[in-house]
Design a protein around this ligand. Structure first.
Ligand SMILES: NC(=O)c1ccc[n+]([C@@H]2O[C@H](COP(=O)([O-])OP(=O)(O)OC[C@H]3O[C@@H](n4cnc5c(N)ncnc54)[C@H](OP(=O)(O)O)[C@@H]3O)[C@@H](O)[C@H]2O)c1
Length: 273
């Protein structure tokens, strides 16, 4: 891929995950810049990954062709307005990773800069196992789209959506969902402990079961997930009884309503910020 000079504005958790993936996969550290108001996170990135750092957003932006907008959504407007005042933004490509901020709103915040791609990564990006959804409006060139896709492929899988509203569904399905799986595992670990298994063993049981199940899904793309479920469910057996109990408590409905709540919150954030 092209190794354009890229600046991360905001050196928090998500930037750190993506930058680590880039450097580990051969993106030259000399082409990666990060800025942040406080120093410790920058120093850590510089010392561990060798990237270029500054406490001045304007300084890193001036040196780069691609700008990753990676501050919290509620801080984006002020940050972008300060950047726009630096008069160094023309022609640059902006890649936002912020939840709930539509492209149009970001273009306004950037005072008319229109090359904005919206993405939604998730935290497993830190392990190179991320899932990122991307949306590019029509004015974005094929070369810029390809660059953004290849960039995020450094930290996992990617999926483009054709309509911006579907980014909210990406948030519900992949951005927020690692936490759903954690919640499910927490509940399983608690019940295993309640049944008498010690804490550490209970964790090992559920985490290894989850890892094995996830790998079975990934290694068998030709099989629907429902078929994998059927394959481990003997008629009248223990798994069947557990699944019957899930169905009786409307697990599908619980999951659907929870994902709808995530989408509704993303829509609310778009109106708020
Ligand atoms: N975490 C996730 O799972 C996840 C997933 C997808 C997308 N996102 C999005 O990623 C973005 C960052 O999230 P995060 O979890 O990485 O948050 P985070 O760890 O809080 O990082 C945000 C960073 O921005 C810095 N910052 C604050 N004001 C700034 C400014 N004016 N200029 C430059 N940097 C500034 C903060 O610095 P100080 O701490 O020094 O104030 C902090 O280091 C958010 O928009 C979020 O919606 C997060």
């Amino acid at each position: 891929m092209q190794h354009r000079k890229i600046a991360f504005i905001g050196a928090g958790n998500m930037s750190k995950s993506i930058i680590s993936g880039l450097v580990k996969n051969g993106y030259p550290a000399s082409s990666i810049f990060a800025s942040n108001p406080s120093r410790p996170k920058l120093d850590e990135l510089h010392n561990t990954l060798g990237i270029q750092i500054s406490q001045s957003n304007a300084e890193v932006v001036a040196q780069c062709d691609v700008i990753v907008l990676a501050v919290k959504p509620q801080l984006m407007e002020q940050m972008c307005s300060d950047l726009a005042a630096s008069n160094t933004l023309d022609g640059k490509l902006f890649i936002s990773i912020a939840a709930g901020l539509p492209v149009k709103r970001l273009q306004e915040m950037l005072q008319g800069q229109d090359k904005v791609i919206r993405t939604m990564p998730n935290t497993p990006s830190a392990l190179g196992k991320g899932m990122t959804g991307l949306f590019a409006p029509e004015n974005i060139s094929t070369a810029d789209k390809e660059y953004a896709g290849q960039l995020l492929k450094h930290v996992g899988e990617i999926a483009w959506v054709n309509e911006e509203s579907l980014i909210d569904s990406v948030i519900a399905a992949a951005g927020s969902s690692p936490a759903y799986f954690f919640a499910f595992l927490e509940a399983m670990q608690q019940e295993a402990e309640r049944q008498g298994i010690d804490h550490d063993t209970a964790r090992l049981l559920v985490q290894q079961a989850m890892l094995g199940a996830a790998e079975m899904v990934c290694h068998n793309p030709q099989l629907e997930i429902s078929e994998l479920r059927a394959q481990v469910t003997s008629k009248g057996g223990t798994t069947a009884k557990a699944l019957e109990s899930f169905a009786a408590h409307n697990l599908s409905d619980i999951v659907a309503k929870s994902m709808q709540a995530a989408v509704a919150r993303a829509q609310e954030m778009a109106r708020t910020f």
